[in-house]
Design a binder for this molecule. Structure first.
Ligand code: ADP
Length: 159
């Protein structure tokens, strides 16, 4: 049983994240989204809201589940016996940060392998900050977010 985690802030989940989840779920038996419950990042949505959006946005992928943690990600991975963690890579500029984090995670737990995956090129410029900015200004971001996220954003920004 090859179990992997996909950790991140997911504030909120968008179609780039879903694209990575669809790809990774084909390579492993079980993929678990792990929402980092870290209030210091000042997310727009609560961890519970982010979990619920992911749950609904990935309901079509049978081997995906969702969890959240306040713990160090590699400790969470060890606890649930995940063999690897998935991270998305868009631009070369992502690489430096992801590489640094992969090395630190390797130091913290050498048994967890970091796997970097690229999304479809149409999602290369997408991130959660852009989604929130465009949505708060009533721009059209529908092509880039799951329907459930659209509902949550509308409620949050009263649009
Ligand atoms: P974090 O704060 O941990 O970077 P994010 O929610 O921003 O959390 O991203 C979670 C993961 O998804 C990260 O590995 C990030 O690189 C990846 N990711 C973000 N946007 C995209 C995208 N458009 N396509 C593919 N992967 C992405």
């Amino acid at each position: 049983m090859k179990k992997v985690i996909y950790p991140g802030t997911f504030d909120p989940i968008h179609n780039g994240h879903v694209d990575i989840a669809e790809r990774a779920s084909k390579l492993f038996d079980e993929l678990i989204f792990v929402v980092a419950d870290n209030p210091s990042k000042k997310p727009l949505f609560t961890a519970a809201e982010r979990v619920e959006m992911i749950r609904q946005a990935t309901a079509h992928i049978t081997n995906v589940s969702v969890s959240s943690t306040k713990e160090l990600i590699v400790n969470f991975a060890r606890k649930i016996k995940a063999i690897a963690l998935i991270r998305g890579l868009r631009h070369v500029s992502d690489f430096e940060f992801e590489f640094q984090m992969a090395m630190m995670n390797y130091h913290l737990n050498p048994e967890i392998t970091t796997i970097l995956m690229m999304p479809d090129e149409k999602y290369i410029h997408l991130n959660s900050t852009v989604v929130k900015d465009v949505s708060s200004l009533k721009g059209d971001i529908e092509d880039y977010i799951p329907g459930i996220v659209q509902k949550y954003l509308k409620a949050k920004f009263n649009t």
